[in-house]
Structure formats: structure tokens, C-alpha cells
Design a protein around this ligand. Structure first.
Ligand code: HEC
Ligand code: HEC
Length: 233
């Protein structure tokens, strides 16, 4: 009886911790959203980001740096705040998003607003299996079954809930992130982590391969892959 009661108390504590954890992650986004962004200041702050993410915010095909262009504002903010606090481990970028370097919430709001003015990379890195392959079809079925409920049927994500847009993200980057999630090196929604841990390496490659071919709406893309950000010429 006593053990049951203690176990129950344990449950309540775990549930409370989970709830405050979720609220703790969303709350700072709300605070940053209160600021009216200054895009000119955002462009100046982006100078340092461009050294890694490139002036177009397209990242690179080998997946070292993710594409930031086209990502939802709330997702960008959440990732910046998580990296700043160390909740998301990113040793190379962490020094550049501290109060002493980028500044306060106003500056975070500004740089995110600037990033969201940039068009997306028309030629991001894709996986090895093209749309006419069996592997692609298998990936497509798994995507619908396991991922679309959060990331959307077309991989469009959800700004309100800070679910990342997956359209246009480099395959190489996503594969690395997924491995990090599996090895508990990146915290994501516990249900997504559990899911990724259930899929085997083969299933995993196929579903991310499929994601990498999800079309980006043409209106969101730069005119061609040679486009260069005129603000940084
Ligand atoms: C020294 C290189 C470097 C600099 C400078 C840098 N970043 Fe990053 N950034 C990275 C790397 C590497 C990752 C991916 C880390 C990983 O694999 O988990 C990343 C990830 C991100 C992400 C998460 C994207 C996603 O889809 O999950 C955001 C948002 C981001 N950076 C924004 C910025 C902004 C804004 C700046 C400027 C204030 C900046 N970064 C400066 C290297 C850098
Ligand atoms: C329960 C909702 C949920 C499900 C289901 C889910 N995800 Fe996620 N996913 C998230 C959230 C939330 C994040 C962002 C976590 C964070 O804030 O760092 C994320 C992040 C990602 C990222 C990293 C994106 C980036 O820009 O860094 C990838 C890749 C990804 N998910 C792929 C998948 C795939 C593939 C599936 C299906 C096998 C899947 N997810 C299922 C909610 C989900």
C-alpha cells in the first residue's frame, strides 16, 4: 500500500516536471514575441551568423550547418534560446548567442525577423533514393504514419507549436540531428525521441530520405541556386 502511494507520488512529480519543462520551453518564445522587431538591426546581427550559415542562410550540403531560411519564426527563436541556455548542445555556436555577444531578447527578435525575409535554397541536399524507388515509397508510408501528425503532411511544420518545417532542410543535417536525438544528445519532444528510438537504422534513413524530397512551395524559393544575398555583397 505504502509502496503504491509512493509510486503514485513519484508519478505526480514526474508529470509536474514534464509540464513545467514544456511551459519553460514555450514561455521565453512568448517573451521574445512581445518585442517589435527591427529588421535593419537584425541584418547587422546576422553578419556573425552568416560566417557559418552563409549570407543566404542556406547552410551547406554536407549538413554541417542547417538551412535557416524559410524556418518558422517560433522555431528559430526556440532553437536560439535553447542553444543560448545550453539546453541544446551546440558548442561552436553557443558563444555567439550570449547576452554579451548578440544581446538581449530585442536582438534575438531582430535577427529572427531578418532571417525570415530570406528566400530558401532551391538546391538543398537530398537523400540517395529518388522518388521512383521502393525505398522512397517505404519512407513516404512511414512519414505519414509517424511524422505527419506533428510536422504536417507536406513537411510544413507548425509555427504556433514550434514544430520545425522539414521542407528544404538538408538530408545530411537531418540525418545527423536524428542520430543525435536517438543518442540523447538533442532533446526534442519525448514522444518524437521515443519514436526515433523505435525505428531501426534502415527505416530511419528511408523516412529522412523521403522528407528531403518534400517539395518546397516555389514562392518560398530564391529564383535560382546562384542567387546571392544582396545585403552581404
Ligand atoms: C561558429 C558557427 C556558427 C555561428 C557563428 C552560428 N551558428 Fe547557428 N548553428 C551552427 C551549427 C553547427 C548548427 C547545427 C548544430 C547541430 O548540429 O545541432 C547551428 C544551428 C542553428 C539553428 C538551429 C536550426 C535548426 O533547424 O534546428 C539556428 C536557429 C541557428 N543556428 C541560428 C543562428 C543564428 C541566428 C546565428 C547568429 C546569431 C548563428 N546561428 C550563428 C553554427 C553556427
Ligand atoms: C510529437 C510530435 C513529433 C513527431 C511525431 C515527430 N516530430 Fe520531429 N520534431 C518535433 C519537434 C517539437 C521538434 C523540434 C524540437 C526542438 O524544439 O528542438 C522536432 C525536430 C525534428 C527534426 C530536427 C529539425 C531541425 O530543424 O533541427 C527532424 C529532422 C525531425 N523532427 C524529423 C522527424 C521525423 C522523421 C519524424 C517521424 C519519424 C518526426 N520528426 C516525428 C516533433 C515531432
Amino acid at each position: 500500500m505504502k509502496i503504491a502511494r509512493n509510486a503514485c507520488l513519484g508519478c505526480i512529480i514526474v508529470i509536474l516536471l514534464l509540464l513545467t519543462g514544456v511551459a519553460g520551453a514555450i514561455e521565453p518564445i512568448r517573451v521574445v514575441l512581445e518585442f517589435v522587431p527591427d529588421i535593419d538591426n537584425g541584418r547587422r546581427s546576422f553578419d556573425i551568423c552568416a560566417r557559418c550559415h552563409l549570407p543566404e542562410a542556406w547552410g551547406n550540403n554536407d549538413g554541417t550547418y542547417p538551412q535557416l531560411a524559410g524556418q518558422h519564426v517560433n522555431v528559430l527563436m526556440k532553437q536560439l534560446l535553447d542553444i543560448r541556455s545550453g539546453r541544446r548542445v551546440n558548442p561552436s555556436m553557443q558563444p555567439f548567442v550570449q547576452q554579451r555577444t548578440i544581446g538581449g531578447y530585442q536582438n534575438i527578435s531582430d535577427v529572427v525577423a531578418y532571417i525570415s525575409t530570406l528566400p530558401m535554397n532551391p538546391k538543398h541536399a537530398k537523400g540517395p533514393w529518388p522518388p521512383d524507388s521502393v525505398e522512397y515509397r517505404e519512407g513516404s508510408e512511414m512519414y505519414r504514419q509517424y511524422c505527419a501528425s506533428c510536422h504536417g503532411q507536406a513537411g510544413e511544420g507548425n509555427n504556433e507549436r514550434a514544430y520545425p518545417r522539414l521542407q528544404g532542410q538538408h538530408y545530411t543535417y537531418m540525418a545527423r540531428q536524428a542520430r543525435m536525438v536517438r543518442n540523447n544528445l538533442r532533446q526534442v519532444k519525448p514522444s518524437m525521441a521515443a519514436l526515433l528510438q523505435r525505428l531501426n537504422a534502415d527505416e530511419f534513413d528511408k523516412v529522412l530520405n523521403y522528407v528531403s524530397y518534400l517539395p518546397v512551395p516555389p514562392a518560398d524559393l530564391a529564383p535560382d541556386a546562384q542567387w546571392r544575398n544582396p545585403d552581404f555583397q
